[in-house]
Design a protein. Structure first.
Ligand code: PGA
Length: 247
């Protein structure tokens, strides 16, 4: 099975109120005029999913998290079904800011992935080591452990992506070397193939963590890098477009 087309996803995090709409319009306009040979997604705060989805044609819209259940007494939460109804097609799950900041374990992430699949959303499942873990030589153990624990068997035969995001590279301007990125991406690919057989060759493995216009080309052309999950640099259309055009 061949690897899927590259996916460049923007993660707006808790940003993007009024100013974000103009940036989105600029992004959408540019991609409609000159289509990109990659899939482009924007994951805004949940409140903006509906508004962006109404005008999105060249860009797919995603959520940044979803609850495992479809509905119920879960104050403050948004289900995959609600995101899908608002126009989302994808959802980021297990981002390190949720693992660390909201206590999400592999088991919680796995349940959310099942919820996303039930809602018909394409999950982007994040894994990544902390600086301490990398310095202790535990990177592959941590990443492969998260991969095993966060991916439900229900992913077999579905469309999904994995994002390798070293925690220490997120929002810091620091990035691993290309060799380091390729080593982790190859290990993730091997993990997917041993888990899902030949179908494990299809999911794109995105790199995330301080991707910017100046480093996008080399990262996006590295072995087994199937796209990028972009935080800060996705907030400005010009920067995000430069990354997309580098793919
Ligand atoms: P960054 O964030 O590009 O701002 O480092 C990436 C992410 O958290 O997905």
């Amino acid at each position: 099975m061949k690897q899927s087309v590259k996916l460049i996803a923007g993660n707006w995090k808790m940003n993007g109120e009024a100013g974000g709409l103009a940036e989105f319009a600029a992004l959408e306009g540019d991609l409609e005029t000159t289509p990109a040979p990659v899939r482009v997604a924007v994951c805004p705060p949940a409140t903006l999913v509906d508004r962006l989805a109404r005008t999105a044609r060249a860009v797919e819209i995603g959520g940044q998290d979803c609850h495992a259940e479809a509905s119920g007494a879960f104050t403050g939460s948004v289900s995959g079904e609600l995101l899908a109804e608002a126009g989302a097609r994808l959802v980021i799950l297990g981002h390190s800011e949720r693992r660390a900041g909201c206590g999400e374990t592999d088991a919680i992430v796995r349940a959310k992935v099942e919820g996303a699949l039930r809602a018909g959303l394409e999950p982007i499942i994040c894994v990544g080591e902390t600086l301490e873990q990398r310095q202790a030589g535990q990177t592959l153990d941590v990443v492969l452990g998260q991969l095993t624990g966060s991916l439900p068997d229900a992913l077999a035969g579905t469309v999904f992506a994995v994002a390798y995001e070293p925690v220490w590279a997120i929002g810091t301007g620091l990035t691993p070397t290309l060799d380091e990125i390729e080593a982790v991406h190859r290990a993730i690919r091997d993990g997917l193939v041993s888990r899902f057989g030949d179908a494990g060759r299809a999911p794109p493995i995105l790199y995330g963590g301080s991707v910017k216009p100046s480093n996008a080309a080399e990262i996006l052309h590295a072995d087994e890098v199937g796209g990028a999950l972009v935080g800060g640099a996705s907030l400005k259309a010009a920067d995000f477009l430069a990354i997309i055009r580098a793919a």
